[in-house]
Design a protein around this ligand. Structure first.
Ligand code: ATP
Length: 342
């Protein structure tokens, strides 16, 4: 547990409260909600991917409200330029040219959430700028460096449209701790409620049901340090994490088999050290969220898929079927690598 048990208990109860409120507002997305909260605890950036109109924006806005703090948002479009994030040049009412800070700077260095809507509509130049903001939590503009110590980037992209979209480069994807799938709720009753219950028609009112600042943003960095320092990972658990990651890098050596795929050609590359760090940070956060001070295999399995999905590169013959093959690969790794006894 954390050094100060009272502070730890207070954070845990806030976490439970935030999770319950989010599940009350966003229907049928309990797994996505849990994963986003874990990324908040692990201070990792999040990419949401899914179908159109499934509540991705609503979910991220609701989480932003639970965290509190200054929040900025930008819509990805094909004509967006990196400088559009930094400044806005326009003529004022007197016809004089004016320069105002753009979305990345308008809320100052206390910025807690930068929300990038439809990130795959923006061009690679914009991704490159975002990459620095994500990796270094800083930005150079107007001849000075801005630092954003509390920054967490939330981005979403819809998976339906491929026209006029730009795939995120591998280095940009690797900077997202997780890619979380948001699909239509599985339960019939949830889908009916979303259509008929007018509570879900007014997004602003729905988001207003979340208590602002339940998980105060200015305390999250210190909390994350404490979680990472105090949650233990045994040597056996470390080996399990390593073996799972190696199985994705070299599935043949690990003895994985998937029907209809030539395992020699299936994967290219493997998970980066940054990816493994994300896995460990999130697994520790998952253990802490369950009130434990040691990581169990189930914590690793809870976050493994979303940490690895956008970091798994397939051979060109298989890329078109990645939505089926990547989950099959993860399942094969889970089924093949022996789970250590707890
Ligand atoms: N699971 C859900 N729970 C609560 N509201 C939902 C849910 N799914 C959709 N909605 C409602 O549907 C509307 C559209 O949601 P939203 O704009 O968040 O979707 P989106 O996934 O961001 O869409 P797009 O892919 O077009 O960006 C909102 O009014 C939202 O409240």
């Amino acid at each position: 547990m954390l050094q100060d048990p009272k502070a730890s208990a207070d954070w845990l109860s806030r976490l439970r409260d935030a999770e319950a409120q989010l599940n009350g507002a966003i229907l049928g997305q309990s797994r996505a909600i849990r994963l986003i909260l874990l990324s908040v605890l692990a201070r990792g950036h999040v990419l949401l991917a899914g179908d159109v109109g499934t509540g991705k924006t609503t979910l991220l806005r609701a989480v932003a409200r639970a965290i509190g703090g200054p929040y900025a948002r930008v819509e990805g479009t094909v004509d967006l330029l990196p400088t559009d994030l930094i400044y806005d040049a326009h003529l004022d009412a007197d016809g004089k040219p004016r320069i105002e800070p753009g979305p990345a700077l308008s809320k100052g260095e206390d910025l807690s959430i930068f929300f990038f809507n439809e990130i795959n509509r923006a061009r690679p130049q914009v991704h490159a700028m975002l990459l620095r903001m994500m990796a270094e939590r800083s930005l150079t503009a107007f001849r000075r460096e801005y630092r954003f110590p509390h920054l967490q980037v939330f981005a979403d992209r819809n998976q339906i449209e491929r026209d006029e979209t730009f795939e995120l480069p591998a280095a940009a994807r690797d900077r997202f701790a997780m890619e979380i799938a948001v699909t239509v709720p599985a339960e019939r009753d949830d889908r009916i409620a979303l259509a008929f219950d007018t509570r879900f028609h007014d997004t602003d009112a729905l988001i207003d049901t979340i208590t602002p600042g339940l998980l105060p943003y200015h305390g999250l960095n210190a909390l994350a340090v404490q979680i990472q320092d105090s949650v233990h990972a045994s040597p056996v658990l470390q080996r399990y994490v390593f073996d799972l990651c190696e199985a994705l890098r070299d599935p043949i050596r690990a003895g994985l088999a998937i029907e209809g795929a030539d395992m020699v050609r299936l994967v290219r590359g493997g998970v980066s050290p940054r990816g493994m760090q994300a896995l460990v940070r999130l697994a520790r956060a998952a253990a802490w969220a369950e009130g434990r001070d040691a990581v169990l295999p189930q914590d690793v399995r809870e976050v493994f898929g979303p940490v690895m999905v956008h970091r798994t590169f397939l051979g060109s013959a298989y890329e078109a079927r990645r939505e089926v093959l990547v989950p099959a690969l993860m399942r094969a790794a889970f089924d093949t690598i022996p789970v250590p006894a707890e």
